[in-house]
Ligand binder design. Structure first.
Ligand code: FES
Ligand SMILES: [Fe+2]
Length: 329
């Protein structure tokens, strides 16, 4: 995991009002709920008293009550009551529960995984995916480390093989580049990767290296935004977006959204979005069938794989991820 980043971790609708939700993210059991104002809260889902899951406790005016002995925690994680000690007893500071800053934006719940004091003000997002679009979501579970799921979506080489019957039709096996350009956000250098893909039918022409290609006038085919979201530009009015949510070292939750603004009429657009999902599910399953077999389950900068020029975006991702993890290159 890369510390000190905002990660998309759940969809907004997965954290309803009025009850806590327990999930595993970053290899840790977490509990989410909403304050009476609707703001998301995230604490470690293990009571500081004796480790019971707070997520099977109940909410009391925005605070959560542990189901085991009734210790109560406010949204900041402060323990406000130890019933057995009596209401009049002071609660020792040591009973503070550990939490992570949580926010809601773009239909996702985001968690700042790292030092709360360093939390960046902005949630990373593809600004183009604004309120003019609506979307339908596929949620899926992949038994892989999230780095493998991300790399699969940066991989232009797999298209004619894995997706021969769908988005990889046409046998365009020859890979020029791909071309990778980094973008910065203020204070966040090389935070977003823009990738242009140039796959062609192989007529015997040489594959051109990324350094010999100019940046085309067209939009990048793919964008990856650290630490865990991705955008595929299909057309002005049609996009695919994904969040790769780390559950633990061997499991990832996928949120794949089909965004469109062709059909905008409420009601009709939801139907259109729903109708788009089965085809996207087929494509996703084509990927999953192969990616789940990759060994080792998690990728690293130095792991003995024999890479080719077409793997450029994957190499760029691994390098930057390794730097952000403080591995010095
Ligand atoms: S384990 Fe939570 S109150 Fe005892
Ligand atoms: Fe794919």
């Amino acid at each position: 995991m890369i510390p000190n980043q905002w990660y998309a971790v759940l969809e907004s609708s997965e954290v309803p009002r009025g009850r806590p939700v327990g999930v595993t993210r970053f290899g840790e059991r977490l509990v989410f709920w909403r304050t009476p104002a609707g703001d998301p809260v995230c604490l470690r889902d293990a009571c500081p008293h004796r480790g019971a899951a707070l997520s099977i406790g109940r909410l009391q005016e925005g605070a959560i009550e542990c189901p085991f002995h009734g210790l109560t925690f406010d949204p900041s994680g402060r323990c406000t009551l130890i019933p057995a000690n009596g209401r009049s007893a002071e609660v020792p500071k040591a009973f503070q529960a550990t939490g992570y800053p949580a926010r809601e934006a773009h239909g996702f719940i985001w968690v700042w995984w790292g030092e709360a004091a360093q939390a960046a003000p902005e949630i990373p997002w593809f600004e183009e995916l604004d309120a003019t679009f609506s979307y339908g979501t596929i949620r899926d579970h992949w038994p892989v480390h999230y780095s493998r799921a991300i790399e699969n979506q940066l991989d232009a080489v797999h298209l004619p093989f894995v997706h021969a019957t769908t988005i990889g039709r046409g046998n365009r096996t020859l890979i020029h580049g791909p071309l990778v350009r980094w973008e910065d956000r203020p204070g966040l250098p090389r935070d977003r990767m823009n990738i242009w893909v140039f796959n062609e039918l192989d007529h015997g022409q040489p594959a051109r290296r990324a350094e010999d290609l100019a940046v085309p006038a067209r939009r990048p085919s793919l964008q990856f935004q650290f630490p865990n979201i991705w955008h595929n530009w299909i057309g002005d009015d049609v996009r695919v977006m994904a969040a790769f949510v780390p559950i633990d070292d061997e499991n990832t939750r996928m949120y794949v959204r089909f965004y469109q603004r062709i059909v905008r009429l409420p009601g009709l657009r939801q139907l259109f979005n729903l109708a788009s999902l089965p085809a996207n599910r087929v494509i996703l399953n084509q990927d999953k069938r192969v990616v789940r077999t990759q060994l080792p389950k998690r990728s690293d900068l130095r792991m003995g794989e024999k890479l080719i020029p077409g793997d450029g975006p994957i190499i760029a991702y691994r390098r930057r991820r390794s730097e952000l993890r403080g591995e010095g290159g």
